[in-house]
Structures are given as C-alpha cells and as structure tokens.
Write a protein of this length. Sequence first.
Length: 193
Amino acid sequence: MIIASELREGMTIRIEDQIYKVLEVASKVGAAKMSGVVKTKLINVRSGRISEPHFRLQERLHDLEVERRLMQFLYVEGDTCTFMRPDTFEQVEIPYATLGIGKEFLQPGLEMPVEFFEGEPISVTVPPVTEVRVATTAPQSHSQQDSAWKEATLENGLSIRVPLFIAPGDTVRVDVRTGRYIERARAEHKHGA
C-alpha cells in the first residue's frame, strides 16, 4: 500500500480489481481548509482505456510489484502485439491499445521490457525516444527562420512537424509519448550506417 502523494509515473496500481499503469502524476496542494489532491492519468492495462482520476493526498492505494522481462517485438495481429523471450522463445500477446502512441514506433526485432503481474503480461515499457527515418517531406530548405516547420511523413506512416532543414531519408529523434520531433539524429546513430 502507498498513499496517493507517493504515486510516480510508471507505477502499477490496482483500483477496484482493475490494474492501471500510471502515465502522469501532478500534486496540487490545497489552500486553507481544502486538502490537496493528486491528479493522475492512468491507463487500464487490459482495456487500454485512459482515465484521469483525482485522489486525496493521504488516500491509500494498492501498488503492485511487477516483474520485468526483456522481450523482442515480433508482429501485430488484429488488436494484439506479439513479443518473444529471446532466451526461451516463449511468446506472449499484449493488447495493442496499452502501448498508446508507442505502438506507432514498433519495429520487428526491437527489444523492450515487458511487465508481468502474476504471470500475465500487462504492459510494455516503450523507450521515451526513438529514431525514425523520414519517408517524405517538402524539399530541404535553409531558411534563415529557425522557428519554421513543415509536415513530414515517417517510414512508420506517422505524420509529424519537422524543421525546414530536414530532408527525405534523414533520421530524426522523436519523443514517443508525444510523437514530437526532438532533433536530427547524428550520422553514427542512423540505422544501417
């Protein structure tokens, strides 16, 4: 058991027999006689539904111990993702919805931690930043304007906004949680280089 003020991003909790992964946490201290609240953004690990409950600072919650195993992404079929343990070749399926926008960045062979609770896979820890090659965008421009952006389509089909100097074939670093451009990847980090 923990109290709501101890909640942290990435924790797994149980509320009314449902298991949730904590995506965001923000505490708001109350004024005068009002007690503070903890605002959260949670994802139900089975249904993929996102909720934003508020808890009292001292409210008691059930935190869950999860086991992490490094697994390799294989493929998506229907509404599930299949992962495999590289050492035993055991395969598990995880609901596609639980990956959030991270599912857009899955590539066969990519290894990432999968969390298990009581032997059941409940979530995948998607890296916060990934590198993706730009498939199409307007021609490269060396404008004097640093804040100018243009649309680009990545190899995974996701559309993002990138600076004018980015050209098709460039590899860019993207924030997986928001799908936003961070920077152009350096040559030594490019895939296949």
